[in-house]
Design a protein around this ligand. Structure first.
Ligand SMILES: Nc1ncnc2c1ncn2[C@@H]1O[C@H](COP(=O)(O)OP(=O)(O)O)[C@@H](O)[C@H]1O
Ligand SMILES: [Mg+2]
Length: 208
C-alpha cells in the first residue's frame, strides 16, 4: 500500500489541489482513498459538488486522524492520500507523520516560500528519527508555464535538507476550473492533457 500525506503548515500552497489530482491519478491505476483532514473540509466540499462520479473514495475526518480506520472500512484501498490541515501544532499532524510512508510538501517556487517550510522540515526529520520508513519530498507547485526554476530557487533547493521531486506542477487554469466543478484534471478533455501528464510523472516518481 502507498500511504502518502500532502502537508505544509502554510495555506494556499496547493495541498488540496495536489491531493485531489494525485488521488484521481492513482485511482486510474489502483483503488484509492482520499482522506480530508482539514477541519475546513475543502476537499470534501469539492467532492460534494462533483458533477460526475469521482474515481476515488473521499473520506472527511474532521475529528482527527485514526491511522487504523481508513483501511478498516469498506474496500481495502491500495493507495491512501491524506490532505492535511494548514498547521503543524496538532496531534493530528504528528499522528499522520508517524503513520504514513511518504510526505509530499508542496512549495511555491520562491526561496522565501521554501525557507518558510523550515520548521516543517524539522518536524519531518524528527518523525524520521522515530519511524525510519518515512520518506519526504518537496513538490514545487505553481511553476510558471514554460519557465524554468530561478537560479536562486535552485540554490535554495540544494541547501534544503529535503530533496524535491524532479517533476513540478505548473500554474494552469485547468487546475482552478476543474476544482470549481468538483472535478479533477483526469475527468476533462484534451485541455487537461498537460496537467494529467504532469501528475502521471509525479505518480511514477512517488512509486519508486
Ligand atoms: N498549479 C496550480 N495552477 C493554478 N492554480 C492553482 C495551482 N495550485 C493551486 N492553485 C490554486 O491556488 C489556490 C490554493 O490552492 P489549495 O490547493 O486550496 O491550497 P491549500 O490546500 O494548500 O490551501 C486555489 O485557488 C487553487 O485553485
Ligand atoms: Mg487545503
Amino acid at each position: 500500500m502507498h500511504y502518502i500525506a500532502v502537508i505544509n503548515q502554510k495555506g494556499g500552497v496547493g495541498k488540496t489541489t495536489i491531493s485531489i489530482n494525485l488521488a484521481a491519478g492513482f485511482a486510474q491505476r489502483l483503488p484509492t482513498l482520499l482522506i480530508d483532514l482539514d477541519p475546513q473540509g475543502t476537499a470534501s466540499a469539492w467532492a460534494s459538488v462533483a458533477s460526475r462520479p469521482l474515481p476515488m473514495r473521499v473520506s472527511h475526518m474532521p475529528a482527527g486522524f485514526d491511522a487504523n480506520r481508513p483501511v478498516a472500512e469498506g474496500d481495502q484501498p491500495e493507495v491512501v492520500i491524506v490532505d492535511c490541515p494548514p498547521t503543524l501544532d496538532s496531534d493530528t499532524v504528528i499522528q499522520v507523520l508517524r503513520s504514513v510512508d511518504q510526505v509530499l510538501i508542496p512549495v511555491l517556487p520562491s526561496p522565501l516560500d521554501l525557507w518558510s517550510s523550515l520548521r516543517l522540515a524539522e518536524s519531518v526529520e524528527e518523525a524520521q528519527r522515530v519511524s525510519g520508513k518515512l520518506q519526504a519530498r518537496l513538490l514545487i507547485n505553481q511553476l510558471e508555464p514554460r519557465s524554468a526554476l530561478s537560479s536562486a530557487m535552485e540554490g535554495a533547493l540544494r541547501e534544503f535538507s529535503i530533496p524535491s521531486l524532479s517533476t513540478a506542477v505548473r500554474r494552469r487554469a485547468v487546475y482552478r476550473s476543474t476544482a470549481m466543478e468538483g472535478l479533477t484534471v483526469f475527468q476533462v478533455g484534451t485541455n487537461g492533457a498537460p496537467a494529467r501528464a504532469e501528475f502521471n510523472a509525479i505518480i511514477d516518481e512517488v512509486r519508486t
